[in-house]
Write a protein that binds this ligand. Sequence first.
Ligand code: ZN
Length: 333
Amino acid sequence: MLPFKLIYSDEYYLPIGQHVFPAEKYRRVHRQLIESGIADRSDFVTPQPASDQDILLVHTPHYVEKLKAGTLSAREEMQLEIPYSPELVHAFWLAAGGSILAAQHALKNGVALNIGGGFHHAFPDHGEGFCMINDVAVAIRRMQRDSKIRTAMTIDCDVHHGNGTAAIFAGTRTVSEPLPSSGPAGLGRKPLMRGTHAGDVFTISLHQENNYPAQKPPSSIDIDLPDGITDDDYLAWLDNALSSGLRQFTPDLLCYIAGADPYREDQLGGLALTIEGLKRRDELVFRVAKAQSVPVMVTYAGGYARKVEDTVTIHCNTVEAAGEVFAPRPSLP
Ligand SMILES: [Zn+2]
């Protein structure tokens, strides 16, 4: 049994038919986690859909109304890049509920994983790039509303820039609290790292520069990676970004968006990480979170490997990595 919880529902499946997004990956990850012995059935908890009130902490009433009434325009549905249905709306409300539950369990146990979510391309007033609702942003705002946390940091390792998350938290400064005193001075001089300021949520995105989305609204730290970057360089940049972020900002919760698409066999990505490199990436994030005593919640985001089983393995490895860092086996005498 794992010393942390995995949040999962069979209803995470996205009813989008034949699509480059392998909607069946959630069920396959769930099955493989159990069959491989990485997790027990008792490690899983089932989420409830987020309430409309939760969704409205991030999204505009007009957008939420359109989703519920099924009145997106053809252009809006095209931008979403997945076919609208009321069942799809349910799946996104459920993913957001799953991320809320993951945040709650992470605050209790130090770490928790949502076996879904990570829909980082959703903006307050529209969805795009297969993302309807920004579940991570909803979870952060809900934890803040419940006074469970004051600050949060997102570390987005999907191959695509976290544009929705960056836009949602851009320039959000708490009114009652002073701004962080240490600014991101010096970051701008590094070739790949861009930095702006942070308010109560500090956003970090490591992504392939030459990829969707064309417009990348500034995160607190953006690492614009060149095409074809391999394991060691990627891990050095991740280490760099995490240490830089944590020098500037003290989060009450770390939200790790563990996209499987920096993988070298990904159909929508142009980086060249191996499956082993991606597991080392997960371990690095978990080790840093543990060393700094920051609770970490995980979401899965994208993964479009030519072979779906590779995406499934990468996602399962994230759970295994969490197990190795947070429940290390006792060393032999
Ligand atoms: Zn992606």
